[in-house]
Design a protein around this ligand. Sequence first.
Ligand code: UDP
Ligand code: MG
Length: 309
Amino acid sequence: MGLLSVIVPCYNEEENVSLFYETLMENQSYYTGKDITLEILYVDDGSKDGTALEVKKLRERDERVHLVSFSRNFGKEAAMFAGLENAGGDYVVIMDVDLQDPPSLLPEMLSYLEQGYDSVATRRVSRKGEPPVRSFFARLFYRLMKRISRTEIMDGARDYRLMTRQMVDAILSMKEYNRFTKGIFGWVGFQTKWLEYENVERARGETKWNFWKLFLYSLDGIAAFSTAPLMLASVMGVFFCIVAFLMIIFIVVRKLLFGDPVSGWPSLVCIILMTSGVQFFCTGILGQYLAKTYMEVKRRPIYLVRERF
Ligand code: UDP
Ligand code: MG
């Protein structure tokens, strides 16, 4: 079939690097049988531990192991982008190094490419082993995204995805700085087969994400793939204008009919507080998009390489 590049983003994962390699190689005979050559590209996202060292040790045993090492931690999004840019394969797959994206699924995924699909994506149907609050907000995020974005973003979708060269090139043509790969996959389209599997817990080590980081990441996702929040500001503006207009009519009529003296200081304060609150909120939304635009126009590189082989 050709060359298959396996992209593996790693951040402080020294204990998983060789374990991942061994697990991937369990299906070696399948790939040889199908005439598939492997290329394993570890992207070391500025790890502070011996991740790069572990990769070098693997390289001494196996020429097919490659490394792109960042000058600092740029985040998983940048690591995946670097992987795609440096992969030479006819097919490319992105996999977490912690074995939460089971390499045992790969043969099945490849069989779908043979059937003519451009891409095979995975989603986990359960979230066992995850804190319930995290699952709840994750679900909420996907439900919200479904409503406010025209790009399809699947609930429980992983970054574990097999793609043809054509799709990889399409993704690489999107040079945006604020990258939200789950959205980018949906945006480029192509014929995608979805595979489902039960959540697998991390092999070794700790997750790099906490609730707050995930929350900020979800806001990035919303800003990158929806302008609905900007619309919200306009809608609220119109709504408050209508309410204000009705109240003016009410007060004028009441004055004419009953000659009501000026009263109602508390209600006035409430109204002022409420409307100024809404105004700040809307300015905040505007600010978020402005900040994103600011980062985009700077055209900074998405990652910087320290070492590569
Ligand atoms: N990762 C990365 N850069 C980061 C954080 C994470 O390259 O800044 C990698 C990490 O090494 C792993 C993958 O992204 O291979 C997923 O991270 P993790 O397992 O911590 O996330 P979770 O599976 O808990 O969502
Ligand atoms: Mg993980």
